[in-house]
Design a protein around this ligand. Structure first.
Ligand code: HEM
Ligand code: CA
Ligand code: CA
Length: 307
């Protein structure tokens, strides 16, 4: 039901306004691209791509963004969507959904930092439900086994290749120390450090994360080689012991996923094609149309109060 021409008549400046907003934001806050990409992933996996992640909690409802796993989503990702929405409401009030803004802003930001372009079909409606309790179990965690991660993505319709390609998103952005602390401080009885980690990398991580339990904001680049560039370096890092999260390293350690890691590491074009295909598919997960959704006036609140 989605089409690339959805706003051509009702809001012809849609693409220009989104592109201008994300460009300004990314230049002043270079962490926006990664933050928005993760925000989009977390939106689509929980309840479909319906901007349910953007809703703020109130006394009746603990919303998705206040689920534990979403608390680390950075403010810049939310902010860039709010800015685009504000500009669009001035230009064509009540027309463009927050879900469409998030999908296009993500694509434009990925392209801006060096990643592939892919078409984003439009016409998503914003969802009516956002509950923190719906998030748990749908999103992957670094502590999950590769089998758990594979079946979690399979439940949303993604193949192993698509899962490996999507996780290439970790070519940009940060992780907080607590997400990998067990790999450097308390790996096993016989070894403090995960032996699959490059020893010098592990030393650097240990230093960066000293006292991470009290200094909870400390975070580390997901891809230490090219942290701000969307490229295939993430896959090249994995065989060298430079994968940050246990789940990153896991992609190289599992016979089902390793062949894709090697293919993407060897050829960036192959990775970009797979990533673009999988992102376009991600952008259509659980999309709501017609009366199943609405175009919100503000991205952080439903149009009428719901309990
Ligand atoms: C194998 C499954 C995955 C796991 C276990 C995982 C887990 C994580 C964790 C724990 C972080 C660190 C968050 C923080 O500390 O702030 C992170 C960051 C990130 N993830 Fe994933 N992720 C997975 C797949 C994906 C996918 C499929 C995407 C997007 C398509 C994605 C995009 C990102 C981005 C862009 C960041 C950096 C966020 C930032 O800099 O603010 N991840 N991920
Ligand atoms: Ca959602
Ligand atoms: Ca990179």
């Amino acid at each position: 039901k989605l089409t690339t021409t959805y706003y051509d008549k009702s809001c012809p400046k849609f693409s220009d306004i989104v592109r201008e907003t994300i460009t300004n934001k990314q230049i002043t806050n270079p962490t926006t691209a990664a933050g928005t990409l993760r925000l989009f992933f977390h939106d689509c996996i929980a309840n479909g791509c319906d901007a349910s992640i953007l809703i703020t909690s109130n006394s009746f409802n603990k919303a998705e963004r206040d689920a534990d796993i979403n608390l680390s989503l950075p403010g810049d990702g939310f902010d860039v969507i709010v800015r685009a929405k504000t500009a669009l409401e001035l230009q064509c009030p009540g027309v463009v959904s927050c879900a469409d803004i998030l999908a296009v802003a993500t694509r434009d930001l990925v392209t801006m930092v060096g990643g592939p372009f892919y078409p984003v079909r439009l016409g998503r409606k914003d969802g009516f439900v956002s509950k923190a309790s719906d998030v748990e179990g749908h999103l992957p965690k670094p502590t999950m086994t590769m089998s758990q991660i594979i079946s979690l993505f399979a439940a949303k319709g993604f193949s192993v290749e698509e899962m490996v390609a999507l996780t290439g998103a970790h070519t940009i952005g940060f992780s907080h120390c607590k997400e990998f602390a067990n790999r450097i401080y308390s790996y096993s009885k016989s070894s403090q450090v995960d032996p699959t980690l490059n020893p010098r990398f592990a030393d650097g991580l240990k230093k960066a994360c000293v006292n991470y339990e009290s200094k909870t904001t400390v975070s580390v680049f997901n891809d230490i080689m090219t942290p701000n560039k969307f490229d295939n370096m993430y896959y090249q890092n994995l065989p060298r012991g430079l994968g940050l999260l246990a789940s990153d390293r896991g992609l190289f350690g599992d016979a089902r996923t390793k062949p894709f890691v090697e293919r993407f590491a060897a050829n960036q074009t192959v990775f970009f094609n797979s990533f673009a295909y999988a992102m376009e598919k991600l952008s259509r997960v659980g999309v709501k149309s017609g009366k199943k959704g609405e175009v919100r006036h503000r991205c952080d609140a439903f149009n009428s109060i719901r309990t």
